[in-house]
Design a protein around this ligand. Structure first.
Ligand code: TRP
Length: 328
C-alpha cells in the first residue's frame, strides 16, 4: 500500500507566504510523488477552538481551499476537502478522548500558549484540540504528516493514542511522523518569530497585490541602515532573509556588505523586494482568479473530496467500533 499523507491548515483566514513556502510547497512535493496518497483539508472544526466569526467561517474555509488549488493542489491527485464535512473526525475524536488524560492535555505547551492568548475562551474544545488532530490523522491511518516543528507535541499525542488503541483493541494504526519538507522558515514582517496568521501585520497574503505588499513592507521596522554587526533577528534581518528567498543570495550579501560600510537605503531594498514578491505571486493569483470565477467548481471539488475521504473514514470507524465492542 502507498504511504498515506494527511495535513491541513486551520480555517482562520487566507494563506500567507509563510504557509506557502513553509507548508504548501511540501504538500505539492508529496502530491506529485506517486509513492504517496495525499489528503489535504481545511481544519474548520479546529477553527472554532479559538474565538471565531460565524459569518466568516464558510468563507474562510472556501478561501483556504481556493488558495490550495491556486498553489497547485490537484483534486485528481489529492483528496482536498473541509474537515467538518466528514463527521467521522469528531466521532473518532470522542473515542480517542477516552484514551488520554486531562492532565496530559493541560500540560501541552500549545494549550498554555492559547490560554495566554485567549484567557476568556478556555473551552473543552481547546483542551481537546490535539485529540481531534490525532483523529484527523488516524481516521485515514496516515503515517506522514507534513507540519512545522511547533506541531511535534501534537504528533506525540497522536502516537500515544495510536499505541494505546493498538494494544488495547488490536487496531493497526501507524504511529504518525512529521514529515519535514524542504519548506522554508519565513520570518515575520515585525522582525520577531515567523509569519503567522494570528499576528497581525506579520504576514503577506498570497492574494496581496503590489501596492498592499509595498505598504506592508514599509511597516517593517528598520534602523539607520548601518551598524558594526549583522543581527540575526529584528526587522532588518527579516528583510534580508526575504531578499534571499525572493531575489537571491548575492543581493543579500551585497546589502550585508553595505550595512557594514556605506549603509543600506531601505526604501530601495523594500521596493525591489515588493516587486519580486508580487511577481512570484502573480501566477498563483491568476490561477486563483479562475476559481473565484468558478465557485461551483470549487464546491464540487470540496464535495468530491468529502465523499472520497468519507469512504475511508467509515471503514475505520466500523473497525474501531467492532474492536471496542460497540453494539453492531
Ligand atoms: N494543528 C495544525 C496547525 O495548527 C492544524 C491541523 C489540525 C493539522 N489537524 C491536523 C495538521 C492534522 C496536520 C494534521 O498547523
Amino acid at each position: 500500500m502507498n504511504k498515506r499523507v494527511f495535513s491541513g491548515t486551520r480555517a482562520t483566514g487566507r494563506l500567507h507566504l509563510g504557509n506557502y513556502l513553509g507548508a504548501v510547497k511540501g504538500y505539492l512535493e508529496l502530491q506529485n510523488d506517486p509513492d504517496y496518497e495525499t489528503i489535504y483539508m481545511v481544519m474548520d472544526l479546529h477553527a472554532i477552538t479559538t474565538p471565531f466569526d460565524k459569518e466568516k467561517l464558510a468563507e474562510n474555509t472556501r478561501n483556504v481551499i481556493m488558495d490550495y488549488l491556486a498553489c497547485g493542489l490537484d483534486p485528481e491527485k489529492s483528496i482536498i476537502s473541509a474537515q467538518s464535512l466528514i463527521p467521522e473526525h469528531t466521532y473518532l475524536s470522542h473515542i480517542f478522548s477516552s484514551e488520554i488524560s486531562v492532565a496530559r492535555m493541560q500540560h501541552l505547551p500549545t494549550f498554555k500558549e492559547k490560554i495566554a492568548q485567549h484567557p476568556d475562551n478556555v473551552t473543552m474544545a481547546l483542551l481537546n484540540y490535539p485529540v481531534l488532530m490525532a483523529a484527523d490523522i488516524l481516521l485515514y491511518k496516515a503515517s506522514l504528516v507534513p507540519v512545522g516543528v511547533d506541531q511535534e507535541p501534537h504528533l506525540e499525542v497522536a502516537r500515544e493514542i495510536a499505541r494505546k488503541m493498538n494494544q488495547k483493541y488490536g487496531m493497526d494504526f501507524p504511529e504518525p511522523k512529521s514529515f519535514s519538507t524542504k519548506g522554508k522558515y519565513v520570518p515575520s514582517l515585525l522582525g520577531e518569530g515567523k509569519m503567522s496568521k494570528s499576528v497581525s501585520k506579520s504576514f503577506i497574503n498570497l492574494t496581496d497585490d503590489l501596492d498592499t505588499i509595498r505598504v506592508k513592507l514599509s511597516l517593517v521596522p528598520t534602523d539607520n541602515g548601518k551598524g558594526n554587526e549583522l543581527s540575526t533577528k529584528g526587522g532588518v534581518f527579516a528583510l534580508l532573509e526575504l531578499y534571499e528567498l525572493f531575489i537571491d543570495r548575492e543581493g543579500r550579501k551585497d546589502y550585508e556588505d553595505k550595512y557594514l560600510s556605506t549603509g543600506i537605503k531601505y526604501s530601495e531594498l523594500k521596493d525591489n523586494l515588493a516587486r519580486a514578491i508580487a511577481s512570484r505571486l502573480e501566477p498563483i493569483q491568476k490561477e486563483r482568479k479562475y476559481y473565484e470565477d468558478h465557485p461551483e467548481e470549487v464546491d464540487r471539488i470540496i464535495k468530491d473530496g468529502a465523499q472520497k475521504a468519507g469512504k475511508i473514514a467509515k471503514e475505520t470507524i466500523k473497525e474501531v467500533k467492532e474492536k471496542m465492542g460497540f453494539i453492531a
